[in-house]
Write a protein that binds this ligand. Structure first.
Ligand SMILES: Nc1ncnc2c1ncn2[C@@H]1O[C@H](COP(=O)(O)OP(=O)(O)OP(=O)(O)O)[C@@H](O)[C@H]1O
Length: 256
């Protein structure tokens, strides 16, 4: 079992209980989707899992080790194996830096990591960045461009390349396709699926879109007002026993 979350709660204030006793387990190599409407607590959960947000109640372990955001040494170790992709690639790509510099940041942070895609030794830093661009289906010549010269989909591919550069065992994606056109969304989902199949990394995919989740994920968790109201294998999505809220999400997705 790679990731185990037990009884996790998060209260921002007396009025706002963002998460309410969340428990779930993720196996190695699995792709798990967390779906819910705006305000259901998805991003809070993602941020806590990444150690970006504190929590007082419950526990999170990754391969048996507790993830606690206050322990900096633990967090660095955790970051080596867990990377993230956000909705807004501008938060990960510095507009003032050429793509290749942003791409190499994680590898620069963890110099001890030699990713397996670098089959040839002695590549220059730019050549390493070019290799990464190829992995996510982008043209090598984009290394010298700046984020402002790329489309939304291209920027998201760069963000994905950056995240997978250190070959994380867990990739947390928080609405990675939400700000993209529908056709580009599909391309990014395909890319994530392909990368997951190639590398066997575990993916935690957070989205408001049950169609995106069902395209990519093996297991689905439905979050509503900070609680998990339904949890199932993708093959069970249309089962009669689904929670009424899940059925409503499926119905709404069809109507659109
Ligand atoms: N930093 C914060 N301080 C106080 N309340 C917060 C904070 N962040 C989120 N919340 C509240 O916690 C609840 C869950 O928010 P969260 O952002 O996790 O939901 P979400 O499902 O990701 O929503 P969205 O899809 O709109 O981003 C909401 O009621 C939100 O207003």
């Amino acid at each position: 079992m790679s990731l185990v979350v037990e009884g996790l709660s998060k209260q921002y204030s007396k009025q706002v209980q963002a998460l309410n006793h969340i428990s779930f387990r993720v196996n190695e190599g699995e792709c798990i989707g967390i779906v819910g409407e705006s305000g259901s607590g998805k991003s809070t959960l993602g941020r806590i899992l990444l150690g970006l947000e504190t929590y007082k109640e419950g526990s999170i372990t990754y391969y048996g080790k507790t993830i606690a955001p206050r322990k900096r040494s633990d967090l660095r170790q955790f970051r080596k194996s867990v990377q993230m992709v956000f909705q807004d690639s501008t938060s990960t790509l510095n507009p003032k830096l050429p793509i290749w510099k942003s791409l190499l940041e994680p590898l620069d942070n963890f110099k001890e990591i030699t990713p397996s895609f670098l089959k040839v030794e002695g590549l220059t830093r730019k050549e390493i960045a070019q290799e990464l661009l190829e992995i996510v289906g982008l043209d090598k010549e984009m290394v010298d461009r700046y984020p402002g010269e790329l489309s939304g989909g291209q920027k998201q591919r760069v963000s994905i390349a950056r995240a997978i550069s250190i070959e994380p065992s867990l990739l947390v994606c928080d609405e990675p396709t939400a700000s993209l056109d529908v056709t580009v969304q599909v391309q990014i989902l395909r890319l994530l699926k392909e990368l997951q199949q190639k590398t066997n990394m575990t993916i935690l995919f957070i989205s408001h879109d049950i169609r995106a989740v069902s395209f990519l994920c093996d297991k689905v968790m439905v979050l509503k007002d900070g609680s998990i109201v339904d949890q199932f294998e993708l093959s069970e999505i249309y089962d009669e026993g689904r929670h009424p809220y899940t059925k409503a999400l499926i119905q709404a997705a069809k109507i659109e």
